[in-house]
Design a protein around this ligand. Structure first.
Ligand SMILES: Cc1ncc(C[n+]2csc(CCOP(=O)(O)OP(=O)(O)O)c2C)c(N)n1
Ligand SMILES: [Mg+2]
Length: 329
């Protein structure tokens, strides 16, 4: 249960590193664009950006195999992009258009993809945790070797249902990786003001669930820890907890004055721990890529995001008749 530190000489291929760079950059640029569209009044309702946390989901997706499932909270756009959902479909959902994953009727927090095994998008804090165990229960029942990544925040980790879920997941040896995305804040409440222990993963010990802390700003450390957790689950040993220490650069949602932390604190994380910059540095110093190669990737990603934004503006709004479809009555 030791802390994983970044290894100076990563045993990783140039292609792999470029893949992580591309994936993290896609999330960052997508989220920046979503922030802009929100500012222009094109996105209504809540919108929680993932900027700063990109290495968590990209590292864990690198440890996943086809058929594995994922479920998360409302801070979900990064998870969707990382599991291969279409950026245009996600952006169009944000702008409430028919081309969106929920035909424009779900918005930022409510998107799903059966094809990519993405089960949302949940606005009730902690609600996805028992649901994630349920997905894993189905896989255990079918004995199909699949694993479910169940993501939740440091704030959600203080929810009672999390521990009811830990108990059942351990009792039934469910193949679920509980990923605590510890970005140090729950809305405006710092972890130290809400949580009795410094590290949260310890709480799994009461249920016999092993876990560890992971450097969530380092995509390679996340991937390595993810592979270990997944192997544990696939071997039939039950759940595993990864407490991934990360940081969000933006506010909790788009309407957050951020008075609970200093600008300097955010600036320090950006300058010293940025996950994308770390990979960029590895690519350049390891002679895996030139500045021009990276510029070409930047341009490629910018084009993908611009196309998604154009689609999200051009796609029509749902018709009035759609008010009565896809609902339980
Ligand atoms: C049951 C419930 N209680 C309160 C809220 C309001 N709320 C939304 S997000 C949030 C903070 C959760 O923080 P954390 O789990 O750390 O996730 P993060 O936003 O940092 O990703 C709260 C209290 C809610 N949506 N649901
Ligand atoms: Mg948090």
């Amino acid at each position: 249960m030791a802390t994983r530190k970044s290894s100076k000489k990563p045993n990783v291929s140039a292609d792999e590193l470029k893949h992580y760079y591309r994936e993290m950059l896609l999330i960052r640029r997508f989220e920046e664009k979503a922030g802009q569209l929100y500012g222009m009044g094109l996105i209504g309702g809540f919108c929680h950006l993932y900027i700063g946390q990109e290495a968590v989901v990209v590292g864990l997706e690198a440890a996943a195999e086809e058929g594995d499932k994922r479920i998360t909270s409302y801070r979900d756009h990064g998870h969707m992009l990382a599991c291969g959902m279409d950026p245009g479909g996600v952006m169009a959902e944000l702008t409430g258009r028919t081309g969106g994953y929920s035909k424009g009727k779900g918005g930022s927090m409510h998107m799903f993809s059966k094809e990519k095994h993405f089960y949302g998008g949940h606005g009730i804090v902690g609600a996805q945790v028992p649901l994630g165990a349920g997905l894993a229960f189905a896989d255990r029942y079918k004995d199909n070797g699949r694993v479910t990544f169940t993501y939740f925040g440091d704030g959600a980790a203080n929810q009672g249902q999390v521990y009811e879920t830990f108990n059942m997941a351990a009792l039934w040896s469910l193949p679920v990786v509980f990923v605590i995305e510890n970005n140090q804040y729950a809305m405006g409440t710092a972890q130290a003001r809400s949580t009795s222990t410094k590290d949260i993963y310890h709480r799994g010990e009461a249920f016999g669930i092993p876990g560890e802390i992971v450097d969530g700003m380092n995509v390679l450390a996340v991937k390595e820890a993810g592979e270990k957790a997944v192997a544990h689950c696939r071997a039939g040993k039950g759940p595993y907890i990864l407490e991934v220490k990360t940081y969000r650069y933006r506010g909790h949602s788009m309407s957050d004055p951020a008075k609970y932390r200093t600008r300097e604190e955010v600036q320090k994380m950006r300058e010293q721990h940025d996950p994308i910059e770390q990979v960029r540095e590895m690519l350049l110093t390891g002679n895996h890529a030139t500045e021009d190669d990276l510029k070409a990737i930047d341009k490629e990603i910018k084009d993908v995001v611009n196309k998604a934004a154009d689609f999200s503006k051009d796609s029509p709004e749902p018709s009035v008749e759609e008010l009565w479809t896809d609902i339980y009555a």
